[in-house]
Design a binder for this molecule. Structure first.
Ligand code: SF4
Ligand code: SF4
Length: 243
């Protein structure tokens, strides 16, 4: 069962932040109390009311300043390490929707340990509402299961945000990379075989965001023999630790 996927083409993103606001509106999330940190990125990171965040990164390229935008969110991993860790404490508290593949936290996740859950995610996505449940992007499962696209995709005016059947999205993403390669030799898809939210970038992914690609974190340094990790976390372990 292939399910659904997003394709986020960063070359088409103007950082208008429509997706960030549409996400807040649909989820009825409050604005986040924040302050000017010298960047247009606002708030500075995910929080309990911010599931979609447009990251702004200023980088130096051959003596010139470039501005990279990265409309960050949960990747809806094909085999989600966060589900593994949360359900190690609270069984049956994370739903992986059969039709779409969406990874959705329930109220029961409130009992799971904060640090372990944060560290389990290779992209540092989950946040917690005080003593309430863990929260993050739900793939707008309520919209998608009623034939609509996620709110962030609906609002995007440039075609940067795309959503559909996984096979078609993968084909679209690969086709776009091939078109961009002559001009941008570093054009690449990020962790495309591991996740349902596939980013296209045209430079080193970590110039966009330090967690743009799956990264090793203390939470996934468990003994290999006892681990049930898969997907991005397992690949990172294999690469870094050789297990
Ligand atoms: S990106 Fe993180 S929060 Fe989202 S499904 Fe994967 S492990 Fe879970
Ligand atoms: S709505 Fe589209 S163009 Fe605007 S910030 Fe989000 S991804 Fe970028």
């Amino acid at each position: 069962m292939a399910g659904k996927s997003f394709f986020i083409d960063t070359t088409r993103c103007t950082a208008c932040r429509g997706c960030q606001i549409a996400c807040k509106n649909w989820n009825r999330n409050e604005g986040s109390l924040t302050k000017n940190t010298g960047s247009h990125q606002n708030p500075p990171d995910f929080d309990a009311n911010t599931f979609k965040l447009v990251r702004f990164s200023e980088v130096e390229n051959e003596g010139k300043v470039a501005w990279y935008f990265f409309a960050d969110q949960c990747r809806h991993c094909l085999v989600p390490p966060c589900k593994d860790v949360i359900e190690g404490t609270v069984p049956d508290s994370v739903i992986q929707d059969e039709a779409t593949g969406a990874v959705v936290y329930t109220e029961k996740t409130a009992e799971a340990p904060l640090d372990d859950v944060r560290e389990s995610c290779p992209y540092d996505v989950p946040r917690k509402k005080d003593k309430g449940p863990f929260v993050k992007c739900t793939m707008c499962i309520d919209r998608v299961s009623n034939g609509l696209v996620p709110a962030c995709v609906k609002i995007c005016p440039t075609g940067a945000m795309n959503f559909g059947d996984r096979d078609e999205i993968l084909a679209m993403a690969k086709d776009r990379v091939e078109k961009l390669k002559p001009r941008y030799p570093k054009a690449q898809l990020l962790d495309a075989n591991e996740v349902r939210v596939i980013f296209l970038v045209v430079d080193d992914p970590r110039k966009y965001h330090k967690k743009a690609v799956a990264s090793l974190s203390p939470g996934i340094q468990r003994p290999a023999g006892k681990s049930t990790l898969a997907g991005p976390a397992r690949r990172v372990l294999k690469t870094v630790l050789g297990v």
